[in-house]
Design a protein around this ligand. Structure first.
Ligand code: ZN
Ligand code: ZN
Length: 595
């Protein structure tokens, strides 16, 4: 551990009583950056009990902050105070790894002002007031005794009334899509209270008095949630024909640019990434056209090819997409494929997988449904021994037609790429490495673009390593899948900044990205619900590919793919631009040592 000069915070606190501002001098007290980071994290959890329990810190499970003005001020003060403490470090004297942490903390604290004063999601997104997951995190924490968990929940339930009273006060001209999402998710949340929590209560040895009081709080909570739902219905949805009821879901160029910088933490601007995606799209079209030519005869024999390139590609895709699993075996077939991916990664020496961390494939819990069809939920760094779930949403709620459309999108080839992305060696593998990273800051303030970029990168890397053999269908479906990532970026920027209509979006997704209707409709919905996040896939992938190429060129013969992967992941979920800086620095010091 490095010892660093530290401007004492406590001295500054004591000086607070005096009105005059003294010049800050470095003191003789020596502390290290890790200690500062640990204190910062502790303070962050104390302020954010709900995030804390999601991340596996369960010291504040009995608390639930009310999202009022006082809390806003408190958050701003928190950011200001900790930025001052951070800036007391001499950046140049930090180790390279600590420099990344420095940036992550700095970016995070600076974003507080953006989210609190500019973005203000609490005003326009009624779905941000969904507390079901927060309670689920508490009851699901097996390291606390059932009695302890129930006591925490019993105390936490006392905040629900004030919480929703404040939520109703905060909402000002919401968007219609977020209002609808809120209604849907809140309905799903109720089962956590009505079922999960009451089942746990009944299984406990708590006395009758406790049980009675608890049950009546649960009833009250459900009534409060229903009241909030009907508030959204009567105040907003019932008045949807009035043009002043809802605001546009488009956040516009300025907010978008700021949110992109805050969230993606790329070396590029939002517009530069948009432009790169447009170039990539046309390159992928060329490749797909070539493959559809080679596959034409197999599926269409002597039949004449259509005039339009897009039509030819679409026709071949439509044939290939017919190879898919039955709707009832969707979850099962995903479960069966995981060990095959593990075997391929091991046989080809692509990256070390930890055999002690099992991946559990399960049906997505009700309260989490509503977004993607498959996702990973992994234990945080505080709970590294807990199970990692691969959530797959079964197709039971689909009509036959919807299921068929969905299954053609997730046909036998695409389903394998999905599993690479979500599980092995994509998200699941990355998260295992991330939790081994020595920096808690990097695990907690992780960069979404690096995380998604890695998953997208592994799809390509697996195919380059020979996954799928020389199967042309696999190649075609991979390009189509990759095109989706590219078009996500174009779509997101287009919708939020360039006023793309639903028709523009459908044209891009169905005609130029060859998506099935259900997928395209889902994406149109998602792209109105979130902003910037859809760019993370392509941006991270783009920057990882650039980094790999750069290192291959610099290292020549000595470049080793497995080493590259393991070193890249060893820095934790940090923005690619910061990882690049460290890897290049390490390379230059390694070659100096060799010389
Ligand atoms: Zn079919
Ligand atoms: Zn992903």
């Amino acid at each position: 551990m490095k010892k660093l000069l530290y401007f004492t915070f406590f001295a500054a606190l004591l000086a607070c009583g005096n009105q005059e501002q003294k010049t800050v001098e470095p003191t003789v007290e020596i502390q290290d950056f890790e200690k500062f980071a640990a204190e910062f994290i502790d303070d962050m959890w104390a302020m954010n009990p709900i995030s804390a329990s999601y991340q596996g810190v369960h010291d504040y499970d009995d608390k639930m902050p009310i999202p009022n003005e006082a809390r806003k001020q408190f958050k701003m003060k928190f950011a200001k105070d900790w930025l001052a403490k951070l800036n007391a470090f001499d950046y140049e004297k930090l180790s390279e790894a600590d420099k990344i942490d420095f940036h992550l903390i700095e970016d995070d604290l600076k974003n507080t002002s953006f989210y609190t004063n500019d973005f203000k999601m609490g005003e326009w997104n009624p779905a941000s007031y969904n507390i079901g997951g927060a309670f689920f995190q508490v009851i699901n924490y097996q390291k606390h005794s059932l009695d302890k968990r129930l006591e925490d929940i019993n105390a936490k339930l006392d905040y629900v009334d004030a919480y929703y009273a404040q939520a109703k006060e905060n909402i000002k001209t919401p968007t219609e899509v977020h209002t609808n999402l809120a209604i849907q998710q809140l309905e799903g949340s109720k089962s956590i209270f009505r079922k999960t929590l009451l089942d746990s209560l009944n299984a406990s040895a708590k006395d009758e008095e406790f049980k009675k009081a608890f049950e009546s709080k649960i009833e009250k909570t459900i009534a409060t949630i229903d009241d909030y739902k009907s508030f959204l219905q009567t105040e907003y949805l019932d008045k949807k024909n009035d043009s002043t009821t809802f605001r546009s879901f488009r956040i516009g160029k300025e907010l978008y640019g700021k949110k992109f910088a805050a969230e993606i933490q790329s070396a590029y601007s939002a517009y530069e990434i948009f432009e790169a995606a447009v170039v990539e799209k046309s390159d992928l079209h060329d490749k797909m056209f070539g493959l559809s030519d080679m596959l034409w005869e197999k599926y269409f024999g002597e039949q004449e090819k259509p005039d339009r390139r897009f039509d030819q590609i679409q026709m071949v895709i439509d044939e290939v997409a017919k190879t898919h699993v039955h709707r009832d075996s969707f979850v099962t077939s995903i479960r069966q494929q995981i060990p095959e991916l593990v075997a391929f990664v091991n046989e080809n020496d692509l990256i070390t997988l930890d055999p002690k961390k099992p991946l559990v494939v399960r049906e997505t819990p009700e309260y989490m449904r509503g977004f993607a069809g498959a996702s990973i939920s992994a234990p945080g760094p505080y709970d590294a021994d807990a199970e990692t779930y691969y959530n797959v949403t079964p197709l039971d709620h689909y009509t036959d037609e919807e299921a068929e459309s969905y299954l053609r999108e997730y046909n036998n080839f695409t389903l394998q790429i999905l599993n690479i992305h979500e599980a092995i060696p994509g998200h699941y593998t990355q998260l295992v490495y991330s939790n081994q990273s020595p920096s808690l800051i990097k695990s907690l303030l992780g960069n979404g673009a690096m995380i998604e970029g890695w998953a997208v990168y592994t799809e390509r890397m697996m195919l380059e390593a020979g996954y799928g053999g020389d199967n042309l269908e696999m190649g075609l479906m991979y390009y189509k899948w990759n095109l989706r990532t590219v078009c996500n970026t174009i779509l997101d920027y287009g919708i939020q900044v360039m006023d793309y209509t639903e028709k523009d979006a459908m044209q891009l997704l169905m005609d130029e990205a060859f998506q099935e209707k259900s997928e395209a409709e889902g994406k149109w919905r998602r792209a109105r619900l979130s902003q910037v996040q859809l760019c993370s896939y392509f941006t991270g992938y783009y920057e990882i590919m650039q980094l790999r190429t750069e290192l291959e060129e610099k290292m020549g013969e000595s470049f080793d793919l497995k080493t590259f992967h393991e070193e890249f992941l060893s820095y934790g979920s940090a923005p690619v631009k910061y990882i690049r800086k460290l890897m290049l620095k390490k390379l230059s010091s390694d070659s100096k040592a060799a010389a």
